[in-house]
Design a binder for this molecule. Structure first.
Ligand SMILES: [Zn+2]
Ligand SMILES: [Zn+2]
Ligand SMILES: [Zn+2]
Length: 156
């Protein structure tokens, strides 16, 4: 979860766009200018972004910023796994390892508001363990953990 430590965020944005282009090529879909811009805006920081925060920014960039346009772009990005929705906040966050379905979970800092995706492999292993212990079959999971991130917990 490197993104909850100080880092070069331009690198995060560049990597996210590159990965998005690869995922779209693999799936034979188009990262249209408005989809790409919405993805960049979701990635502008590590704070979950609400759909309504995107409207004025898209309008300022000269895009059609009617809510349906924004929701369609968000739906597209969700569907191909480039972003995730954090239910409790009704907000979106960029996936840091897109390109396949994976269980999702998030850590959200209650001080700075930054969020990070929990490691999917660990979540998968946890579900597998619960299946054993409880004799159940897990179909879906979502986790939201809150607390202080690595930066905020060291603040004086
Ligand atoms: Zn970053
Ligand atoms: Zn993800
Ligand atoms: Zn924090």
């Amino acid at each position: 979860m490197a993104n909850l430590h100080p880092h070069n965020h331009d690198h995060c944005i560049r990597t996210a766009i590159q990965r998005a282009q690869t995922v779209c090529e693999q799936q034979g879909v188009r990262l249209t200018p408005v989809r790409r811009r919405v993805l960049e805006l979701v990635w502008q920081n590590h704070k979950p972004t609400g759909a309504y925060e995107l409207l004025p920014q898209l309008a300022a960039d000269g895009f059609n910023s009617a809510p349906p346009t924004v929701y369609r772009a968000l739906d597209f990005l969700l569907e191909i796994g480039l972003i995730h929705r954090i239910s409790s906040l009704n907000a979106f966050i960029g996936c840091d390892h897109p390109g396949g379905q994976h269980p999702t979970g998030f850590f959200i800092c209650t001080d700075c508001g930054n969020a990070a995706e929990l490691p999917a492999a660990r979540l998968q292993a946890f579900s597998a363990e619960l299946e054993q212990v409880m004799g159940v079959q897990v179909a879906s999971s979502s986790y939201e953990l809150t607390g202080l991130c690595g930066v905020c917990r060291l603040k004086p």
